[in-house]
Design a protein around this ligand. Sequence first.
Ligand SMILES: Cc1ncc(COP(=O)(O)O)c(C=O)c1O
Length: 377
Amino acid sequence: MIPVSEPLLAGKELDYVTDCIKTGWISSAGKYINDFESGWSAYCGKKHGIAVSNGTTALDVAVHCLGLKPGDEVIMPTFTIISCAVAIVNNKGTPVLVDSDPKLWTMDVDQVAEKITPKTKAIMPVHIYGHPVDMDPILDLAEDHHLAIIEDAAEAHGAEYHSHHNNTKSWKRCGSFGTMSCFSFYANKLVTTGEGGMVITDDETLAKKARAYRDLCFQPPRRFYHEHLGNQYRLTNMQAALGVAQMARIDEIIAKKRWMAQEYTKRLQNVPEIQLPAEEPWAKSVYWMYALGLSDTCGMDNTECAKRLYEKDVDTRPFFIGMHEQPALHKLGLFKDEKYPVAERIARKGFYLPSGLTITKEQINTVADAVCEVLGA
Ligand SMILES: Cc1ncc(COP(=O)(O)O)c(C=O)c1O
């Protein structure tokens, strides 16, 4: 079976983790935590990094720091992981959804303006499968309406966006746009710590709040006295040690992903019935996953296609199911009769192919052959 993703721990990972074990720095203090926080935030163009236990807790920390009041709204794409909606709901906010761009699968930025109300406090763009959201319209709206941006760059480590905001005209990395930006370092991400996450920001007050919240809001002068409620979301020094080793190889990792995408595209570009991942001229995608959409005329949905590929020893994953189709959120009275046709279609027609960092040209060819056979191309 060709797996969807396998981590590649080919640098100093073992040395650094061994160092943690030999020195006894195995919990959430230690030099690797500091190096990972400062290194990753600097790489992404932000001043402060707050390492946390995973990408879901990173989103929780970021939304918590907004200090939402009940009924405050955050605009987000329906097509994303449920972590985004959970972070808003658990912090007393109300998620407000927009549909996806049919070509890029990221949020349709043209739908954001019409969703802004006096209760809107933030916009949460989510970069999808390695391709950036078109950020300039969001940056403009946030500025005009005094909204925060919680940027979810979990799937877009090192991806770049060519911004013209405020006449800047420069390539900027994903994660550099948010008031607070969030990352996951789960094992299938470009940079991994096994489980892990980070919030990055330029705002010192927010950074302080985030640091306190991830560590139970202990107060330095009187340790077990709490004026605020926090959570235990700390990352360990051992996990950060992996992160530091991985971070050193980020250019190589991105190059491998882009090579993989190029190889898949060469093999699949003439196959009818599939939509290949797009890359806008204003974007440098990192192809976190090589994602495909089946056409409406293809007599198969993603479940059937995945089953047939699995029979040929090719593992795949289906696309997200939109937040407005989640019973768990309907039970909270959210999104009941809302319709987002693009997200509904791609949830049934989209899937991604094996895209891990260990993938070989031979495996790519095997996967492409299987896709062609299943689609009768
Ligand atoms: C866009 C996005 N945000 C957040 C997360 C949550 O990250 P984690 O699995 O580390 O909690 C993921 C996970 O894949 C994701 O894809």
